[in-house]
Design a protein around this ligand. Structure first.
Ligand code: SAH
Length: 213
């Protein structure tokens, strides 16, 4: 099967079939060539319904999880979005298709460098990547209309709430090491509204407001 057909099938079966309905999210994930974000030996599995290793003991998230998180951010096109956990840059590329500016923080420099090079090659010029502890956010570029964390944390990283614009959305997995719940926090004035999107399994968010090393 060609990668294009595999991708179309991924959209239908894994996303539409499980309730991802935002047409812009579906179109973005139809455009981004997921197989480019994994090493050559794993290319043929890039459209499978699962996460895959990307080196440094990290993973590229399952396509459904990327769709679910992206949809939950409620993006219209003009937003400034912060991503914590660049990894291979796949979620970053999906966001870059959808909004004006993407800021992404990754703690492992080899992953950040590889993602930067790939995103440049693919022409995603609206992405800024920084190496560091993403639990601290990116204060120089705040506030953000939306923030997505692609690693699991035992606590809400406070700085991310602070760096959220009024009306902004923060989507992240919270819970134990082996199992988390996907949460969306909406900030409205001084109020925070929480919603839950079910169980998920992510690698650890390691940092000051996440897990200890
Ligand atoms: N969205 C990525 C997911 C990668 S896995 C993808 O689809 O490829 C989660 C990533 O979060 C890992 O690369 C890990 O190194 C990174 N990470 C963990 N703790 C972090 C922190 N405090 N700040 C920034 N990145 C972090």
């Amino acid at each position: 099967m060609s990668y294009e057909r595999a991708r179309a099938r991924m959209i239908e079966e894994q996303l539409v079939g499980r309730g991802i309905a935002d047409p812009r999210v579906l179109a973005a994930m139809a455009r981004v060539e997921r197989h480019r974000f994994v090493e050559e030996a794993l290319e043929a599995r890039a459209y499978d319904d699962k996460p895959l290793p990307i080196g440094a003991r990290q993973t590229i998230s399952q396509p459904f999880m990327v769709g679910l998180m992206t949809e939950a951010l409620g993006l219209r096109g003009t937003e400034r979005v912060l991503e914590i956990g660049t990894g291979c840059g796949y979620q970053t590329a999906v966001l870059a298709e959808l909004v004006a500016n993407v800021f992404s923080v990754e703690r492992i420099s080899t992953l950040a460098t590889a993602a930067r090079q790939l995103l440049d090659r693919l022409g995603y010029y609206n992405v800024a990547i920084r190496v560091g502890d993403g639990t601290l956010g990116w204060s120089d570029e705040a506030p953000f209309d939306a923030i997505v964390v692609t690693a699991g944390t035992p606590q809400v990283p406070r700085p991310l709430i602070t760096q959220l614009a009024d009306g902004g959305r923060l989507v992240f997995p919270i819970g134990e090491e082996e199992l988390q719940t996907l949460v969306r926090i909406r900030k409205e004035g001084s109020r925070l509204h929480e919603e839950y999107f079910g169980d998920c399994r992510f690698v650890k968010l390691v940092g000051r407001y996440g897990w200890e090393r």
